[in-house]
Unconditional design. Structure first.
Length: 140
């Protein structure tokens, strides 16, 4: 059970980050260019939202079955355990909350410019936070 979830979380991370990067590049390149927000732009942003939410759900399960998750919580002196049991989960939850805010703000926005702007700003913030707390040494 643990190994399966850990492998999924490890593999899905590539997809989630890739789609998020594409959504950020797409919205930044369109922002300020008078481009219309099309169904394609909406789909890219939606895939990034879904991809990161799946990663969040699997991460939450992993947190309770992994020896590096809740079981290691409190071992704050060990940097790698502090990363997987506290910093990575906490920062990623905040990051995905920001991405969700960007998605709902784009839905309420009327102009294409405002739609691109909310995706660009909130998704980029989320991406930076996610990348800042990846346990790189476990991943590669
Ligand atoms: C978009 C968000 C996230 C991304 C991209 C991500 C990515 C990763 C990656 C690449 C690893 C290393 C995997 C490996 O060992 O090969 C990892 C480990 C881990 N993640 Fe996440 N994660 C995310 C969100 C979360 C969340 C929200 C939680 C918990 C609430 C979480 C809990 C964990 C735990 C406990 C580990 C250590 C697992 C182990 O090796 O036993 N992750 N994550």
């Amino acid at each position: 059970m643990y190994e399966l979830i850990q492998k999924f979380h490890s593999g899905w991370a590539y997809l989630a980050i890739l789609v998020l990067v594409i959504a950020v590049i797409n919205s930044f390149s369109a922002k300020g260019s008078n481009k219309e927000f099309t169904a394609k732009d909406r789909k890219i942003a939606l895939f990034a939202l879904i991809g990161t939410h799946i990663q969040l759900l699997v991460g939450l399960i992993l947190y309770f079955v992994s020896p590096l998750g809740s079981a290691a919580f409190g071992q704050m002196k060990e940097a790698s355990l502090r990363l997987t049991s506290l910093e990575h989960p906490l920062i990623n939850i905040i990051a995905i909350a920001l991405i969700t805010v960007g998605w709902s703000k784009h839905k309420k926005a009327i102009s294409s410019e405002a739609k691109f702007k909310s995706i660009a700003v909130f998704y980029a913030l989320g991406l930076v936070l996610i990348l800042s707390r990846i346990p790189w040494s476990l991943w590669f």
